[in-house]
Design a binder for this molecule. Sequence first.
Ligand code: HEM
Length: 308
Amino acid sequence: MFCLLVLMCFGDKLDQKQIEEVERVERAMLLNSCRFNLLNFWPRLSKIVFPKCWSQFLHLRKDGEDVLIPLIRARMKVKEEKLSKSNNGDDDYILSYVDTLLDLQLPHEKRKLSEDEIVTLCNEFLNAGIDTTSTALHWIMANLVKYPQIQEKLFVEIKGIIGEAAEEIKEEEVKQMAYLIAVVLEGLRRQPPGHFVLPHSVTDDAKLGNYLLPKNGTINFMVAEMGWDPKVWEDPMAFKPERFMGSEEVFDITGSREIKMMPFGVGRRMCPGYGFAMLNLEYFVANLVWKFERMEMMLTCLRRSSQW
Ligand code: HEM
């Protein structure tokens, strides 16, 4: 997952050492982010009140820049070389996240992003996309191990669509697998990777039931509890993908019609990576179930043949 996101971010396959460096700086930033939140309360004052925390933040930030800026500059060079080539329709060039950031023109300020801003956006992209997806994948696979009958049903669906001989399930095939999609949705309902969204604030005084939400007040949402609400979900703590089956339409995870769960948030600030995350989860779950079940079958045959 990490290598995939790094490839999408920088467009080049990095070597193991570079990947490890990116992982080290991203992890350090992520693990310390709660502590550094302290500095947000009153930024000018908190720098003075918490000097140790501030200097650790600057140190980690500098460490991150030292690792990411050379990768961004290398990408800039590759992009310039590509532009200078007469043949522009060149084939193995992958458009990366950094490419789009380098092209971006801020409409109001009429300027491009600075290197510093690009580093921040790459940090956000990598930190927001990696642990969320891998945590969801871990939980879904754990449920499939716990409930072999669900795994079996999924295996039968996959076999029916791709045929017994196929080695790998492709991107376009996973979208035909209704039960697979239901398994992924049930995983995100039952164990959403984030129990909250990012902090939001109300732009005006608002009333919610008997409560007043004052203008600029920070609010958040109990994402996990929404998915476990017995008024909305029957037997909410059970893992039952079937609850997402039986309707003609695919469940609306964006909450644009009604909000029954919101693992990716909803509205304008909803996770921009939700389509990619869903595809990743469907792809990995399907291929893991397919490969390991087939491997298990082969091992059983081998075991049997050795007994004969
Ligand atoms: C299962 C996987 C994922 C889950 C559950 C998830 C969930 C979320 C949630 C709850 C938010 C906050 C939304 C809000 O505050 O209203 C968010 C924000 C965000 N996500 Fe995801 N996410 C996932 C995967 C990804 C991936 C793969 C990417 C990128 C490739 C990504 C990029 C982002 C970014 C950049 C933001 C910040 C958006 C902003 O500041 O407005 N996420 N995500």
